[in-house]
Design a binder for this molecule. Structure first.
Ligand SMILES: CC(C)(COP(=O)(O)OP(=O)(O)OC[C@H]1O[C@@H](n2cnc3c(N)ncnc32)[C@H](O)[C@@H]1OP(=O)(O)O)[C@@H](O)C(=O)NCCC(=O)NCCS
Length: 146
């Protein structure tokens, strides 16, 4: 598996992955496409070397202060529990030292375990942050100790 920056030609595949991962949020093709062109956003993809197929991606918003927010991460359901998301998030933490934070649905324990495994800790709760269905967001953050 390799990790690389996403390209505009990946958009169709990224939309496919998002559609099969409702917890990742309702990102349209247009939103993904414009995110790739946005200078303060970075999108990394994990690619299976054998067939050059994108298995998952992570989209990050960089703040001017050096902080970064993970906007979404999603892995193709057939490629889950093989360390794809872990590799993608390592890529983010390596490329963006400092504070990285994110929001996650309270019920999404799979994602929360993933983040905890990487060293993210809970730093707050946003009541009724999500809609359809309404749910609290757990705020988690990673602070580079170097
Ligand atoms: C959450 C998600 C990105 C994880 O991707 P993945 O590639 O399967 O994750 P990894 O294989 O790298 O797992 C790393 C660790 O995360 C945790 N984890 C991942 N999936 C889990 C699950 N279904 N149940 C419990 N823990 C889980 C485990 O601790 C796992 O380590 P282990 O396999 O050694 O036990 C994937 O399930 C997904 O795309 N879900 C839908 C979208 C989503 O929820 N995005 C997050 C929005 S905030």
């Amino acid at each position: 598996m390799t990790i690389r920056e996403a390209k505009q030609t990946d958009v169709i595949r990224l939309v496919e992955i998002v559609r099969s991962s409702p917890e990742a949020g309702n990102w349209s093709a247009g939103e993904i496409e414009s995110s790739l062109a946005e200078p303060l956003r970075r999108c990394l993809v994990a690619v299976a070397e054998e067939e050059e197929r994108v298995l998952g991606f992570v989209l990050v918003q960089c703040a001017v202060s050096g902080e970064a927010e993970i906007l979404t991460v999603a892995v193709d359901p057939v490629a889950r529990r093989r360390g794809v998301a872990r590799r993608l998030l390592w890529g983010v933490l390596e490329a963006m030292p400092g504070r990285v934070w994110l929001e996650v649905r309270r019920s999404n324990t799979a994602a929360q375990r993933l983040y905890q495994q990487l060293g993210f800790v809970e730093s707050g709760l946003r009541r009724n942050y999500y809609s359809s269905p309404t749910e609290d967001a757990v705020v988690m953050q990673f602070t580079d100790s170097k």
